[in-house]
Design a protein around this ligand. Structure first.
Ligand SMILES: N[C@@H](CCC(=O)N[C@@H](CS)C(=O)NCC(=O)O)C(=O)O
Length: 214
């Protein structure tokens, strides 16, 4: 039985959404961040980083959201086309987008805002870092906006797991009041195109059925 640990965050949504896209039978263990649940003895054995999401599949434990998404696509969805086959140009472009989204949109910008605005009691108040992060997000995401004004999805005509991860970042930006307007309008249209997906709706309902800690 596959188990996916974690809920209530954009990163945990990625894992649940991918599992839903592939119609996998799995067990969600909806623990939240900053609730103390990531520090339990049982959880720390799985992930000493004390972070969610975590995927357990037999003896395999994976602790990074994007690695989880790609693993599920490779191992349970080779016909679904959500993760391109190994050693193809599409796979190289998929890897490029996944690295870009994780580093430039998640870690270096949105997560900086989260840490130094929402969680400033933990990570410190840093208004200048927040301003730079918002400017950096808008600059970097423009690359995706430009491409998506010419084609429906990041890899072309069909939805892939790279779109799934980008969507979680766009939702996250939207929740922070970053407007996807003007030269970023194609991203708002892209969100509207993806949001009706049944797997997204089901995963959102599950993932956000719990809350993060304070
Ligand atoms: N790079 C990791 C980041 C995971 C991460 O930072 N998770 C946060 C929630 S989004 C967390 O578990 N924090 C632990 C805690 O605050 O208790 C991934 O993409 O999976």
């Amino acid at each position: 039985m596959i188990v996916i640990w974690g809920g209530a965050t954009s990163r945990t949504l990625r894992a649940h959404w991918m599992a839903r896209e592939l119609d996998l039978d799995y067990q969600p263990r909806l623990i939240g961040s900053r609730t103390g649940e990531t520090q339990s003895v049982e959880f720390r054995i799985l992930n000493p980083k004390e972070k969610i999401p975590v995927l357990v599949d037999g003896d395999l434990v994976l602790t990074e959201s994007v690695a989880i998404v790609t693993y599920l696509g490779d191992h349970y969805g080779s016909q679904a086309g959500l993760v391109p086959a190994w050693k193809t140009v599409e796979r190289a472009k998929y890897n490029e987008w996944m690295s870009f989204i994780q580093m430039e949109l998640d870690a270096h910008t949105l997560y900086i805002i989260r840490k130094h605005r929402d969680l400033k009691n933990l990570y410190g108040d840093a208004p200048a870092a927040i301003d730079t992060a918002i400017t950096g997000f808008n600059k970097q995401v423009q690359v995706a906006a430009d491409l998506l004004s010419t084609q429906p999805y990041l890899l072309g005509d069909t939805f892939s797991a790279a779109d799934l991860v980008l969507m979680t970042c766009l939702d996250w930006a939207h929740a922070y009041g970053i407007e996807l307007a003007g030269s970023l309008l194609s991203l708002q249209e892209y969100r509207s195109r993806i949001a009706p997906r049944e797997a997204y709706q089901r995963a959102m309902n599950l993932n956000f059925s719990i809350s993060s800690g304070a």
